[in-house]
Design a protein around this ligand. Structure first.
Ligand SMILES: N[C@@H](CCC(=O)N[C@@H](CS)C(=O)NCC(=O)O)C(=O)O
Length: 216
């Protein structure tokens, strides 16, 4: 049975894999999940997708989706029960683009500041915080409910795993920073079952270990 399902190569803590898993589960797409150990990527994954990042989704017709955003869009094209795709696409795309490029880069330097000793961590935090301030102001236009509308849409799901990482570097600092709407927004997502149900511990998959585990 599992061989007939799409196969998702994933890594539990990866923010890109998290947003893909949330969306697949939300769209009620059943898959076989293979938890990848990034230091020991299975040959099966590398032969499907030589760039070697997760998530990767292998569809039953043999198509391979190698970008988390494309996995999300594919899942929502199957079933979009809460209209996450509805709304202003151009602005959503620009915001997602900024999240995935400049914000992600500043976030990595802040989170892994030991590897970037040219500056003290607060320099990287300040670089990342300009995007954070922008998210706060977007939320304030929508009564705190969502970035692009007064409800959750694609942009929120796409971006919150990265804000979670940013907050996690120094939670005391984040919780005291002047972003009250973003703090509430993050807390709502952190306790949301749509998130917690995709964060269970997954046993690493090794090529000879059978098909993987059913997801969700
Ligand atoms: N643009 C890709 C980025 C995915 C990505 O960078 N994933 C990280 C894990 S969070 C990864 O697989 N890195 C490869 C490695 O660490 O070897 C996407 O959106 O799917």
């Amino acid at each position: 049975v599992t061989a007939e399902l799409p196969v998702l190569y994933s890594f539990r803590r990866c923010p890109y894999a998290i947003r893909a898993r949330i969306t697949l589960a939300h769209s009620a797409v059943r898959c076989t999940l293979r938890e990848v150990v990034l230091r020991e990527k299975p040959d099966d994954l590398l032969s499907l997708s030589p760039k070697g990042t997760v998530p990767v989704l292998l569809l039953r017709d043999g198509r391979i989706i190698e970008e988390s955003l494309d996995i999300m869009l594919w899942a929502l094209s199957q079933f979009d029960p809460d209209g996450w795709l509805e709304g202003e696409a151009t602005m959503t795309h620009a915001l997602i683009e900024e999240n995935d490029t400049s914000f992600k880069q500043a976030l990595d330097r802040y989170k892994y500041h030991v590897r970037y000793p040219e500056n003290v961590p607060s320099v990287y935090r300040d670089q990342a915080a300009s995007f954070i301030a922008r998210l706060e102001s977007l939320l304030s236009g929508n009564r705190g409910q969502g970035l692009m509308a007064s409800r959750v849409t694609l942009a929120d799901i796409e971006i919150f795993p990265f804000v979670r990482q940013f907050a996690g570097v120094d939670r005391v600092w984040f919780d005291a920073a002047p972003y009250p709407l973003l703090q509430q927004w993050l807390r709502r997502f952190e306790s949301w079952s749509g998130f917690t149900r995709v964060m269970t511990k997954y046993t690493p998959w090794l090529s000879d270990e059978g098909p993987g585990v059913p997801f969700p």
